[in-house]
Design a protein around this ligand. Structure first.
Ligand SMILES: C[S@@+](CC[C@H](N)C(=O)[O-])C[C@H]1O[C@@H](n2cnc3c(N)ncnc32)[C@H](O)[C@@H]1O
Length: 270
């Protein structure tokens, strides 16, 4: 019953043989909320009267593993392929802005990597006529807990080291009180919002780039298809989708065309 609740509520599939995950990840909640057992936990979440406990279940069951510039390839494509094109279009008056959606952003490393990549590109290329405000980055996740960390924009020694180049750390972070704090410019370049991928994405508007990485792997094939359809709908014509490097999408997918540049892969809306 708890597995079904989780699947219905956030799409994550926990097969029978992995039911130990529920026990491992949720048993702490029994003592935190002073519950007699999993039956009582189920009764509390299924009644939908206790939002706090429902949020804690989602926080405990979601895998929030993330790091800076994960896989590197989306940011190589952004820098070498997409940004020069967007900047050219802005200069020619063919577009006014670029909208980017990080659809399961966890603690913020993915959208902040994007914001740093854009800012770094503009400064390194000496581009002064276009600033970062032309790039709107929306970052969403189902878990309020990870969004709290993301909004704070400060990271401990271990998380700041994971995937982050020394040069980026020096340029965009300051160390204070045991934490690495991202610069205000980068923090304010990203807007965070709670959003469940099971819901309609239409109100979020249209996007030129969507990052939907390392989240579809937790969903059933049917749900994965359904979410890819939603992403297709909110992508502008010719818009780009990044999924995780180890995630698979059929070569001849009817919604997206797979593009391979060296060892980098991305998908364009058909
Ligand atoms: C493994 S992290 C991936 C983070 C980042 N995209 C990356 O590649 O490093 C997966 C994230 O998906 C979020 N998530 C799980 N189910 C979701 C849903 N139904 N809607 C939105 N986010 C969800 C989790 O809370 C978690 O933060």
């Amino acid at each position: 019953l708890i597995a079904k609740y989780i699947k219905d509520h956030c799409g994550i599939e926990i097969p029978q043989e992995k039911s130990y995950l529920i026990e491992n990840r949720l048993s702490r909640l029994l003592s935190d909320f002073n519950l007699s057992g999993f039956e009582e936990l189920y009764a509390r979440i299924a009644g939908h009267r206790d939002k706090d406990i429902e949020e804690k279940v989602i926080d405990a069951i979601t895998t929030n593993e993330t790091f800076w510039f994960r896989d590197q390839s989306p940011w190589d494509i952004l820098e070498n392929k997409l940004l020069p094109g967007y900047i050219d279009e802005i200069r020619k008056g063919k577009r006014t802005k670029v909208r980017i959606w990080s659809a399961a952003c966890s603690t913020g490393q993915e959208p902040y990597s994007t914001a740093m990549c854009i800012d770094n590109y503009l400064t390194m290329k000496g581009i002064h006529d276009i600033d970062s405000s032309k790039f709107e980055i929306l970052a969403t996740d189902i878990s309020n807990n990870v969004l709290k960390t993301a909004r704070a924009g400060q990271y401990d020694n271990i998380s700041v080291m994971r995937g982050l180049d020394e040069s980026y750390r020096q340029k965009y972070f300051t160390y204070s009180g045991g934490f690495w704090k991202l610069s205000d410019g980068i923090v304010s370049a990203v807007r965070f919002q709670q959003f469940n991928l099971l819901n309609s994405a239409l109100l979020l508007g249209k996007f030129d780039i969507v990052f939907c990485r390392y989240v579809l792997i937790y969903f059933s094939e049917g749900l994965k298809r359904n979410i890819l359809e939603k992403i297709h709908t909110v992508l502008e014509d010719g818009g780009v989708l990044f999924i995780g490097n180890s995630e698979l999408m059929a070569e001849s997918h009817h919604l997206f065309q797979k593009v391979k540049e060296d060892s980098n892969i991305y998908y364009i809306k058909r």
